[in-house]
Design a protein around this ligand. Sequence first.
Ligand SMILES: [Ca+2]
Ligand SMILES: [Ca+2]
Ligand SMILES: [Ca+2]
Length: 291
Amino acid sequence: MTSATRASTTVWVLCFAGLLAAPVIAAPIDLADLNSAVSLDPNAGGAVNWTVDGVQNFGQLWYWLRFDNDPEQSIDNLNLTIPPGHPLDDSSFDNGDIRPDTLTLVYDGSHTGIPYSVEIVLSLSGGDPGSGESLLNQSITISNNASPGGGQLDMRFYEYVNFSLADTPANDSVHLSSDTVGQPVNTARQWDISQSQAEGIVTVRPSAVEADLASTLLTKLNDAAPTVFSNNDTAGPGDVAWVFEWHKALDPQNSLVFSETKRLTIIPAPAAAGLGLIGGLALVARRRRRN
Ligand SMILES: [Ca+2]
Ligand SMILES: [Ca+2]
Ligand SMILES: [Ca+2]
């Protein structure tokens, strides 16, 4: 066999192995829809970009997990499997934008021998160019995959959301609230002095929440101790963020399933709006001169 033939055989073997294994997507993964784009690295801290009409608004969006009295751990410590089929897809093909806007990630792990999985589906739905509007939908499923009769998992799942609205992290404030009097928090709203705002509403009410400085919350999630989140509901102005925690005893073959819609409304900064106005007036003047 010549070395060229050997190389080609190797490629075919690798391709065949690739067909059998789950597809691999290079990081960072980019989602885009109309005026919006999100990029994330599923093995290193998740989503760190959400641009709307070219304006950056993250911080970070990512997930942590905890069992019993272990410390919290980032889900990128778990084993990532990209599910077969269409892990990266265009779900909103109806708007004529064929770029991928939806991503499915599945992480597997085990705790005291009990297998579990975390499935995350992120779907970006942009607004018309210049509208400043954008939606990011998340669907989360955490499953105890033990056989019937197997062990129960005392599980806590955390969502960490660090917006940096209008690319100015220092002037944001956040408030956590409930849409129903007497019920626990299910809504987070963050805003800044440009009147840009982010709102997140979850379908299953968290067991604990905390609004605080982003760095404070990140330290609590990454330190070596299990953290009790304070239920503090207001923070800022500053580089603020929030954590939602869901606590559930998961029986074998059972799942915690919830979803969240995040809505971003970005008001262009006065300087940029002013430049746009000046540009528009210059264009009108040029057209008048031509006529
Ligand atoms: Ca801001
Ligand atoms: Ca901790
Ligand atoms: Ca922030």
